[in-house]
Design a protein around this ligand. Sequence first.
Ligand code: ZN
Ligand code: ZN
Length: 287
Amino acid sequence: MPRFCANCGIDESSGVPIIDNLCLDCYVKLREVVRIPHSVDIPSCRKCGAILIEGKWLYPANSDEAFDIIKRYIASTVKPHDDVVVKDLDVEMIPPDFSRVHIHADLLIKGRYSYNYEHDIEVKWVKQLCPVCFRRASRGYDAVVQLRFIHMDENVEIFKDTIESMFQDQLIEVEEVDNGFDFKVASPGIAKKIATIVKKYWKTVKIVESYGDVKRAKDGSRKAKLYISVKVLNLRVGDYVVIDGKAYIIEKVEEKNIVVVDSSGNTSIIDVDYLLNRYEGFRSKRR
Ligand SMILES: [Zn+2]
Ligand SMILES: [Zn+2]
């Protein structure tokens, strides 16, 4: 007597094997060949994009890296039954809002039967604040480093990234402004540290400290924010500068001085300290 599927009634044939009285499709449907969630919650930080995976906050550098982490996590939730082997597993995040992932798995059932398994999982993005952003949001800033440059070049970007990773916890906010940025930091000590690092990095730096934003604290004492103005003279050959009312073109930039030429073609060497004191008199132009 030919065998048939106890669930759907289809007869056994070369393309339709019967396993435990069921055809392959019904076997997969009725027996739990793989345990897989219908939905997963992914808590993510609404400020910085960090994601919480298995109780741990992760800080991917970009969305591709975040998706890779999420795909790996979702792949790890796919648990095959004892007599099932997952030969290949593919997890695809579905745009535009990535609230769904598609799973494709090549299964081998009971060591003999291959099966293409497809499954969709809903992704619930749970927006919250990561611990770092929470700490930042709950705390005000007590000092500001106002960093200004003549040239916003790649070194400036590298420097900004360096500061951001060095002072992750103490940097409350970075505000982009014309020709630089303001680092709002948790304490005056951190602001001073950053100013010192700037000076080491560029050397041609003018630093002015002042206090502002005076507020009266609960205990009656007065509290002011420290403002450190840091002007970086990252000059280049070809810049047009005005020193003591006279115009020059920069010919050479060295560590302790610059070589300039005036309109009549006379060159002179100007000390960096002297230059820094005349900073306000500069105008800069690229050749
Ligand atoms: Zn069947
Ligand atoms: Zn965050």
